[in-house]
Design a protein around this ligand. Structure first.
Ligand code: NAI
Length: 711
């Protein structure tokens, strides 16, 4: 259909220029070429402005902007975001597109995210390949779209939908974007050809998005969307700003609204939250990599086995089914197997009823699940994960039976929380095929997956675990074997410090209030009530004989358990749930007072600031110990684990990132106070050394873009 008349090849970080004679006249195709994901860097912006002006000078009839390689543009290059942006900035590029007298079409494929989507919205028309993922993720990175996203999107979708898409940082496929009005056609085949075909067929001319009249919509809907976004944003300033800016798109002065958006963007991108979120963005990508490991060694996983259909086994099965995998679930007997199957099915039905899952998809997931009581049914699977009771002898026996029943290539994973995986695999002929895949409850919801590299785990097994994590949409963090791996170990130190604060004078509700004000989703005592106090109680009983007799012991949780207060499931724990809400209970206060006097403690006032700093010190110290032992590969992995698995406030970057930003002398004082409070048996970690090693540099990552599809 087209004949090429002139071409200037692109190069890395540049924009190629190609002029074609087509059914739509002389069309210039600008190819953005900045591998791996065409991040919108300075070179790209410059190339687009030059290409456009050359196209105009040469009298072209239209311009198509397309991405070379696997996507359109995955976002702006985040490495440029920590410093002043060099001109031309993205709004300058869009101004040039709007000023050009010819129609400019964005030809999208792969992803068009962040600045990439803003660029496309700045064009006159958008044509997308099927499945192209589209979205504005800026809010999840602590700032707001800054190149017209909050002004142009609502002119196409309406304000309510724009608030939803921008504030939730939602990615939608091109097919949904078509229904939303964000793209004008979804076409198979080469995206640039498709864009030219679109122009030839529709004879569309210039149509600046910024000049469109926004679609009419009920004010009540806009207000509901704004209220919902503000609530979900938990008071983050950038969410409130994003809502305000979208609403301002209805005003008469578009130029002023664009300038307002840009000013807010410039200020927020340099704010503490955004810097912390960019740190985490790069830390999360690093966490998925192991130095010297070739991910290409990963074995294909076409079907999985799950053993144990309890809380975790069901959640893991749901996660695997959600990722499109066939699952065979094994329980102790046929009845238990059938129970697990119907419980999993009921969860999917519940999601359909709430509109969160399509009925066809739910049916498909159920069809891919089979259950059995015999491990012989696992013959065809590539990976088995066990989630049976947390008992060493049971797991050892199970692994040896699996080894006998399955081919040598089948990877065997354990979801153990605390047990020694080296000991678990020691008796096998092929311990190299064993690794830990430690999910968090609920396993189909929580983002974190600790991939545990046991002493003899092969590179192939490790690579398979990491690839599977990605397929499940999880955030992997690699850990070595050690009690509680990374997350549970750090959390145990945090919880222990929280209990000591209560023994020394703080009320449990004061501890929870201080840490939720800091930004945690929940406080340690509310979390304990939610998970149930009996598991830790059983562990303390097991450890009683070997406990250091000089160590300070907080017996309050034992007393709660003895009083039948096992947490939410018994209606009472650290709090009383009789009213449906967690209420402080005078009975608990009396029990605490009795324990304080039994321990000879004179309670003192402990303020919110001290509570937070002591809890942070406990986390940071334990993190330094486990990094020193090589349990975590790098300091930033601990931040990634705490944010993705334990409700640590994302916008604070993580505990080590937070500590690095504090005055060093104050951190040392906190650590000294921690050592004094914990008393005998306290082990000081090399905190200063670990904080010095923390990779804070934004430049430390590979090319990072807002979309994040950089690996
Ligand atoms: P659970 O008690 O809810 O479920 C265990 C299931 O395993 C039961 O349904 C039981 O019938 C089944 N089972 C026991 N022996 C079996 C065998 N030989 N063959 C087949 N099925 C058998 O326990 P949960 O909470 O699901 O924990 C399972 C594992 O996951 C444990 O190792 C635990 O430490 C770990 N884990 C638990 C987390 C949690 O939050 N509950 C979080 C992360 C890991």
């Amino acid at each position: 259909m087209t004949s090429q008349t002139a071409a200037t090849p692109a190069g890395p970080g540049r924009v190629g220029f190609e002029s074609r004679d087509t059914a739509a006249g002389r069309v210039v195709v600008l190819h953005i070429d900045n591998p791996p994901v065409n991040a919108g860097s300075h070179g790209v912006r410059h190339g687009l402005v030059e290409g456009l002006s050359r196209a105009c000078a040469e009298g072209a009839d239209a311009v198509v902007i397309a991405g070379a390689g696997r996507c359109f543009v995955a976002g702006s290059d985040l490495r440029e975001f920590g410093k002043p942006l060099a001109p031309p900035e993205l709004p300058d590029v869009i101004r040039a597109i709007e000023a050009a007298p010819l129609p400019v079409v964005a030809a999208l494929h792969g992803v068009a995210l962040g600045g990439g989507l803003e660029l496309a919205l700045g064009c006159d028309w958008r044509v997308a390949a099927p499945g192209t993922m589209i979205g504005l993720p800026e809010v999840s990175l602590g700032f707001v779209p800054g190149a017209g996203g909050t002004q142009r999107m609502p002119r196409l979708t309406g304000q309510a939908r724009a608030i939803e898409l921008i504030c939730d940082a939602t990615r939608i496929p091109a097919e949904t974007a078509l229904a939303d009005g964000l793209v004008d056609a979804v076409v198979e085949g080469d995206p640039a050809e498709a864009a030219i075909g679109f122009l030839a067929e529709t004879k569309r001319g210039k149509r600046r998005t910024i000049e469109l009249t926004p679609p009419a919509e009920p004010v009540a809907e806009i207000e509901a969307a704004a209220a919902r976004a503000t609530k979900r944003g938990r008071g983050r300033p950038n969410v409130a700003e994003a809502v305000r800016l979208v609403r301002a798109s209805a005003g008469p002065d578009a130029a002023a609204a664009l300038a307002d958006e840009r000013a807010v963007f410039q200020q927020l991108r340099l704010a503490e939250d955004a810097v912390a979120l960019r740190y985490l963005f790069f830390a999360e990508r690093r966490a998925a990599a192991v130095e010297g490991l070739d991910l290409a060694l990963a074995r294909p996983v076409r079907a999985v086995g799950v053993i144990g259909g309890g809380t975790m086994g069901q959640g893991i099965a749901r996660a695997m089914l959600g990722a499109g995998l066939p699952v065979t679930l094994i329980e102790r007997d046929a009845e238990a197997a059938a129970r697990a199957q119907s419980a999993i099915g009921a969860t999917f039905d519940g999601q359909v009823a709430k509109g969160r899952l399509g009925a066809v998809e739910a049916r498909d997931r159920k069809d891919r699940l089979s259950v059995d009581a015999d491990i012989a049914a696992l013959g065809g699977v590539d990976l088995v994960i066990e989630a049976v009771f947390e008992e060493m002898s049971l797991k050892i026996d199970l692994l040896s039976r699996l080894e006998a029943a399955l081919p040598a290539e089948t990877i065997l994973a354990t979801n153990t929380s605390y047990l020694d995986i080296d000991a678990m695999a020691a008796g096998l002929s092929h311990p190299d095929r064993v690794l830990g895949l430690h999910f968090f409850s609920p396993a189909d919801v929580m983002a974190l997956l600790e991939v545990v590299r046991a002493a003899r785990t092969s590179d192939a097994a490790l690579a398979t675990g990491l690839k599977l994590a990605r397929r499940l949409g999880k955030q992997p963090v690699v850990a070595r074997v050690g009690e509680g791996f990374i997350g549970n170990r750090v959390y145990a130190a945090y919880r222990r410090r929280a209990e000591l604060l209560v023994l020394d004078g703080a009320a449990p509700e004061a501890v929870d209030a201080a840490i939720t004000a800091f930004g945690f989703a929940m406080g340690p005592f509310a979390v304990a009530d939610m998970s149930g106090l009996d598991i830790a109680w059983a562990m303390r009983k097991r450890q009683a004989a070997t406990r250091d007799p000089r160590a300070r012991y907080v017996a309050i949780p034992d007393r709660l358990c003895e009083a039948g207060r096992l947490g939410r499931k018994t209606g009472r724990g650290w709090y009383d749930y009789g009213s449906g809400r967690a209420m402080p209970d005078p009975e608990v206060a009396a029990l605490i007072a009795a324990e304080r006097s039994a321990a000879g403690v004179t309670p003192r006032e402990i303020g919110a600031e001290e509570i937070c700093r002591q809890l942070m010190a406990a986390i940071v110290n334990e993190a330094a110990c486990l990094i020193d032992e090589g349990i975590a590969q790098r300091p930033s992995d601990v931040d990634v684990a705490l944010v993705n698995g334990y409700g640590f406030p994302r916008w604070r970057g993580g505990p080590l990132y937070w500590a690095k930003g504090q005055d060093a002398a104050a951190v040392q004082a906190d650590l000294a106070a921690l050592a004094a409070a914990v008393g005998p048996g306290f082990r000081a970690g090399p905190v200063a050394v670990v904080l010095a090693r923390l990779e804070t540099a934004e430049a430390g990552g590979a090319a990072g873009s807002q979309g994040g599809d950089t690996a």
